[in-house]
Design a binder for this molecule. Structure first.
Ligand code: ADE
Length: 454
């Protein structure tokens, strides 16, 4: 990911971003940051880039020509296969958010345009800008600090920018709740003791206390987020009545990455992290046709894939959206808290003789090796679902079992260690893997999920 910042103050931007974690990420080549001085592209004498606005009014505007030429100098260097967005940072933009940052983090190149004075000539904005974004309802002297805020938030989502220790905290983000209070040594400071529960060594009690504190803090400081949280809790309680069927939707909520939950009576709509996958359950509500016919268009904007949790929704959904049924699935869930036994299945070091060697691959996936041959791959997807894939096609079916079993076991234990309920969504036709999960103690949903795409 490369950030290009068009600005009148390149030294300010570089000084800020070359420090701390973003600076480290640049040095470790996880991200690139370049600041382009708009003034270098002016054709005026004395490096002038601004002029009076037509129609009068206070202040000066940055002219179109130097901004356009500065933009072109960046654009010309970008590979045509790279994806890009051009973001004008302005108080007149849409509010910047974590969700927006997630969306931007998927691009190869992000070009930020920082305004100054009273702004920039509208004509160049019309030609180059894809997004107008603000960091809040206040006016700063220029866009540089706003661009730095956005770069910082987006950069920390780029794989490898945060080291494990730093990323652990975000993974336990509890949906819309604020962070709980934290304490470090000494145990007593200014006569105030650290809450007793944090010294108890009981991970379950600590987790429950932290959640309670987060809820309390959110209720007091951010009633807007608290209302969202209550809605989420309500959705979760309703879906829990059919745990297996809703394992994917519950998994999203558990990981705090289910976006924009929306409840309409018994019905629940939920979106994945990038907003492109939508999940829907009607929980037996009637009049599906009427529901889909009347659903506002913005609910479906940007959605590319939908998992319907009841067959009765398929036809009315297809009629409304034109998406087609491309696959039937079942959710599989492991509800016990104890880890699965691993003896003879896999190992993560090279010291013992038995089992497959499981290694982390570069892309966050895991590989099972037999004498340096990759026999299978596995991972936990963006939505929290476990998946595996075995390659040993020249082995008889019976001998593939241990590879797959080792991978499912490894992933389930990993999810449990992270405090999540292991679940997987398997094609309804994949009897082999379904049997494998059943043997390991997973339960499958009785009814199927319907995957719809254009
Ligand atoms: N430039 C000046 N104020 C700003 C703000 N609040 N957000 C983004 N850019 C800005």
């Amino acid at each position: 990911m490369k950030f290009h910042i068009l600005t009148l103050f390149p030294e300010m931007v570089l000084q800020g971003l070359m420090s701390s974690i973003t600076g480290r990420a640049v040095r470790e080549q996880k991200i690139e940051v370049e600041a382009i001085d708009i003034r270098d592209y002016t054709k005026e004498k004395h490096r002038k880039v601004d002029d009076y606005p037509y129609g009068g009014g206070a202040g000066m505007l940055i002219q179109a020509q130097p901004v356009y030429d500065a933009y072109q100098s960046v654009s010309e260097k970008l590979s045509p296969s790279h994806t890009r967005r051009v973001i004008y940072v302005t108080p007149q933009g849409s509010p910047f958010s974590q969700q927006m940052a997630e969306e931007f983090s998927a691009y190869d190149d992000l070009i930020f345009l920082c305004g100054h004075y009273e702004g920039i000539d509208e004509r160049v904005l019309e030609e180059v800008v894809t997004d107008h974004v603000s960091i809040g309802d206040y006016v700063m002297t220029g866009g540089e600090l706003a661009a730095m805020v956005m770069v910082d938030v987006i950069a920390r989502l780029v794989p490898g920018v945060l080291h494990n220790q730093e990323s652990a905290r975000t993974e336990s983000f509890q949906g819309p709740l604020l962070e709980y209070p934290q304490y470090s040594r000494p145990e007593i400071w200014h006569g105030k003791a650290v809450p007793e529960v944090l010294l108890s060594g009981d991970a379950g009690r600590v987790r429950a206390w932290r959640l309670e504190e987060s809820v309390k803090r959110t209720r007091e400081r951010r009633p807007d987020l608290y209302a969202q949280y209550q809605e989420l809790v309500e959705c979760r309680e309703r879906m829990k009545k059919q745990k297996r069927l809703h394992a994917d939707m519950l998994g999203l909520l558990e990981r705090g990455c289910g976006q924009r939950p929306c409840r309409c009576g018994e019905r629940i709509l939920l979106y994945g992290r990038d907003g492109k996958t939508m999940f829907y359950t009607s929980m037996g509500a009637e009049r599906e046709s009427e529901f889909w016919e009347n659903l506002p268009e913005e609910t479906l904007a940007g959605v590319r894939r939908v998992f319907l949790h009841q067959q009765a929704s398929v036809e009315p959904f297809q009629k409304r959206t034109g998406m087609r049924l491309i696959g039937r699935y079942r959710n599989w869930i492991y509800t016990k808290k104890e880890k699965l036994p691993v003896r003879g299945l896999y190992r993560q070091d090279a010291e013992t003789e038995d089992g497959f060697l499981i290694r982390e691959l570069a892309n966050g996936q895991y590989g099972a090796y037999v004498q340096e041959t990759l026999a299978g791959r596995a991972g936990i997807d963006e939505e929290g679902g476990l998946w595996t894939e075995c390659f040993w096609t020249d082995l008889p079916e019976g001998e593939k079992v241990p590879v797959e079993k080792a991978l499912w076991t490894f992933l389930s234990n990993l999810a449990l260690e992270q405090g999540f309920t292991p679940y997987a969504r398997l094609s309804a036709e994949n009897a082999v893997s379904q049997n494998r999960l059943e043997e390991l103690g997973f339960y499958g949903s009785k009814t199927e999920l319907y995957c719809m795409e254009f």
